[in-house]
Each structure stands twice: as C-alpha cells, then as structure tokens.
Design a protein around this ligand. Sequence first.
Ligand code: WTA
Length: 647
Amino acid sequence: MTEQAKRYPVPETIRERAWVDEAAYRTRYQTSVESTNAFWLEEAKRLDWFSKPQTAGNVSFSPDSVSIKWFEDGTLNACYNCLDRHLDTKGDQVAFHWEGDDQAKTDSITFKALHERVCRFANGLKDLGVKKGDTVTLYMPMIPEAVVAMLACARIGAIHSVVFGGFSPDALANRIVDSGSRVVITSDESVRGGKQIPLKENVDEALDRPGTEVVEHVVVVKRTGADIETTERDRWYDDVVADQSAECPAEPMKAEDPLFILYTSGSTGAPKGLLHTTGGYLLYASMTHHDIFDVHDDDVYWCAADVGWITGHSYIVYGPMANGTTSVLFEGVPSYPDHGRIGEIIDRYGVTILYTSPTMVRSLMAQGDHIMDSSSRQSLRVLGSVGEPINPEAWQWFYRVIGNSQCPIMDTWWQTETGGVMITPLPGATELKPGSATHPFFGIQPALYDNEGNELEGATEGNLIIKASWPGQARTIWNNHERFVQTYFSTFDDVYFTGDGCRRDEEGYYWITGRIDDVLNVSGHRMGTAEIESSLVAHEAVAEAAVVGFPHDVKGQGIYIYVTLNEGVTPSDELRSELVKWVRKDIGPIATPDVIQWAPGLPKTRSGKIMRRILRKIAANELDGLGDTSTLADPSVVDDLIDHRAG
Ligand code: WTA
C-alpha cells in the first residue's frame, strides 16, 4: 500500500504564506533535537512571562527517578496569556463564535468581553473560597461558560478537572473524589441534537456517593432554565458573578505549577488523572496550534471537539486563545437538525481551518456526497484530523468532498499524556500520504522498539516510543506518581512508552496502527476494557466478562463483549438489553456495548489469563488467523464461541 498510496504535494497557495516550509522544517527540526534547551528557550518567547525562564528542560526518564520539569524558574499565568495580552491589539476581535445546538441560538464574544466574564467569575470563585492550588471539577456542556470557568480557574491558580458531560454520575463521582474538588461547576441541563441531558441531576446523584462530602459548592449555569431541584450547597452562576468586579489580577504561577488534571482510561484500573503544568503545556499547545494549522490573524478556526477531552483543552481553549485566534465553539452534533450542519457552520462563519475526528468524517461519508450540497465551504484552507487512525477512504472523502480538493489534511497523532500534537504534517512543508501522520513535530524524537526494547531501524513496525521529553508532556498522575512511572516508563528503559503500535515506511513516514494495550478507541474516545468489564461483573447475572474492540465502519472500533452468566441465569434478549443499559448508566453513553455474546466459557491459559487475542479475532470474524490455541486450558470453548458469534 505504501508504494501505491497517492501523494498530495503542498499546494502552492499554502506554501507561499506558510510559517514553515519544507526547508524550514528540516533545519528547525534539526536544531530542536540537537540543541534542545536553546531551541525551547527561544520558543518560550511566544508567551508573556512575568519572569522569563533561564532554563529549559530538567528531565529524568529513569524509572527510579522519573521527573519532568520545564522552564522551572519562569513565572506566568495561562489566563493572562489567553486574554490580557491580546486586549490592546485584539480586544474587539471575536474570540468565540458560539453556535448553540439550536442554530438560532448564537453569540459572538470578543476577547475583551471574555476577559470581563472571566474576571467576574474568577472573583466569584474566590468568594466561594477557591484558592490557588485547589481543584475544581467542571461538568459542563459546550457553552461559553465552560471556557470562562476553565480560564477563571487558571487565572486564580486553581486546578481544573473537566469531566466530559457524557459521563455517568458514578464516573463523575470517582473523578470528583480522586481530584479532591471542593467546588463543582455544571449547568441545569445540556442540549445535544435537540435532546436535554440532566447534568445537574447527574451531579446531585454523584454527590450521593461516598467520598464526595468534600464538595462544598455546586455552581449551576442556567442553560435551559429547566425546573431543577436545588440544595443548600447550590449557587446559581448568575448570582456568583453578579456584583463582581470586572478586574481580577492574574495570579503569578511558577511554570511547573499545575494547570489542570484530565482523566483518561488506561489498560488497567480506574481512569487516571494526568497532570499538566502551566508553562511547558501552554507553550507547546500554542506553538503546535500555530504551526500545524498555519494560523494567521485572518483565520477563523474551528475545532469540533468537546472541552471534556484533551483536544478541547489544547485546541479549543489554550492553544488558540494563547494565539489570539478567532474560533467557533459548537454545542451541538454534526447530524442535527441534519447532516448539512457542519458545512453550514463553515459557511456561516467563514471557517478557514477545520479540526475534527475520523468518526465525524465517516459518519458524514456514510450519508453520501450530496449531504454537503447545502454549503460551499470555499473558505476552508486547512483540515485536521485527530483521535484515531484515519483510514485512507475517509481521508480521501474528507479531502475531496469537505475540502473541495483544495485543503491539505493534518493527520495529528498525540495523546492526553502528550499535551499537544507529536506526529503531524505541516501545511506548507509536508507532502501527504492518506492515513499517515507523517513526521515528528519540532523537538519530538519518536522511535520504534521491538518487544525486547531494541530500537528498530528503517522501514519497519514496532512499539512507538519517544526518546526525550518535550514541554507539553504530562508530569505525573494525580496522587499516583508510581502508576505514572509504571505505565509509561517501565516497559522500556529511559524512554516514554506511548502504548501505540506504529509502522515507518521507506521514506520515514509514520503510520500509527492503533493501541497495543487493552485500551479501546471508540469514536476517538479512549476506554479501558477493564473498566467495562468491572462494570459488567458488578451485575448480579454476570459471572465473568471479556471486552474487546472490533472494526466498526463509523466508530473505528466498536465494543464487543463476551459474557459468562452465573449458574441458573438464562440468557435472553431482555437480559442483553439490560446489560447494555447497565454499562451506559455506569460509565456513560460513550461506552454503549455494540455486541454482547453469551459465552459459556472464555478462552484462558492454564494460569487463568484470558487470551484476548483469540477473542479479538472472533469478534472481527477473522477465523482463519486464530493462531495456536493448544496452550488453552480448554480449547473447545473456542469452537463454541465461533459457532455462536454475534453481531
Ligand atoms: C489514538 C487524543 C492514529 C492513539 C488526542 C492514541 C490516533 C490515543 C491519532 C490517544 C491519529 C490519536 N492517528 N491514532 N492521528 N490521534 N490517536 O488520549 O491510539 O484521547 O494513543 O488523545 O488515540 O487518545 P487521547
């Protein structure tokens, strides 16, 4: 496929005004890996510092002393960089064009207006007793107040922990407890695709769970005006900001002071709170945003992610705002009121840069080309893709139909842990190959290792690792540094282990092949198989469960579950739908199982380990490639599972 793959050279119009062309990429990349500290100190000038750093990286990847620090002696404030420093030159420029789920509901907010709103809320948070170093949980829809709340926390030095609004009360409760938040910010309801979701009710339910007594206040934004129950700890957002001053000094923070926690799934255990700090993260988010999307002052940029994910943190809020970019903030879904919505939003605001997910592209592609007829999308210049591998068919459709065959696609590979994009094309520098994330960003040194930790050279496939630190890297797991070391620095010595597999072709292009651990990627959402399994075994009918991913046309991966029922329980369609509902309720709708197969037995080794490799093959209907089953304790269970394949 590598040889035949069609190539897409840099368009002349893009190259002419690009910040980085091919020659500049090569020389700057070289400098970034040869004189790393000098390179990053120079780049650090992109930010406004209260006191400028004199040092860059101070890092150890050695398992007994993992420690990651950047710009330690510098002080700055992330919110100041996102707002205050733009006020003189861009105060009246729109920071966000907000478009509600209902397209008649819109709002355009200038940097100046946003600054005022952030200051008022920051003062309100202070009045609620929030101090520097406190954690605050946000559980919010895609409304301007979500951005206001994040920046208000950053302004006063509080650490935000945003929990995606699609998570269940239990998932929310776990994250509140782990982060130790005393304040939760939410809204009465959220609205997506015309449907109301009871966020405040979910918060109340979460706060019934043990351990959540730490929460003193719940701040509620009125989104729909629904009639909700209130308790003594509740405060309306409008009351919290009323009478507050529109001035609030931005707290000077050390570069290594925490900016936020963001929970993500791993292969084992509960979701882990990755910690990002202030200086390095902000620099990396803003620089990658600037160079990868080739952002200029006249651009209108739209990242169609949710602020509940890292993509929303780095490329809706911190990156674009630090760069003073005008963005679109969209509350709704691509299919509502119909599938023309995305194109219509692009035309309405003159969007020049669109950053979205392969899942969204595939869901539109499934409708046929005509669904783009209601828009011209002539304003578009650059496209971006994130979150999962983009298959070449979807890539080509994105290019040809959404981008009118005139916009290069930046297939950006990165992770919650990396803070910003790591492997990516640059619009003015990279010849594209559909399906390849192409080359490392400045300062990033990827390598492919075999399972024994030997570095593989040339065209090959292996475990993707990163050899040296970069400023955007997560510093630790909140409350659990040991787990941080264990997860990322113990598989291979002295390098960061990504958990992804990757191929490199003859020309040095990187092709991410997907997770090599027990993490699923469903519609670009990360999910641990262990989380779903432990949810299922908590159901009284279930003795054992094994979860694997299988190829899904739209979602990339679907969730396939093998369930062994307890003695005496009869399998039925009702029970199947009950288990689907159970998982949805326990984790959230993003974890909705696609297929449940009843499994009288699971394929296990003699030591009792489930052989997921076999379960994956059966789920994918690749029955020829089952491999050696002779080491199984009971090889006959495999035949039964094949005979009763579901889906
Ligand atoms: C996957 C999302 C292929 C990958 C920013 C990674 C990708 C996980 C790509 C991180 C891409 C992300 N091509 N795979 N362009 N981007 N991934 O933490 O498996 O939600 O490890 O961060 O998504 O997911 P996360």
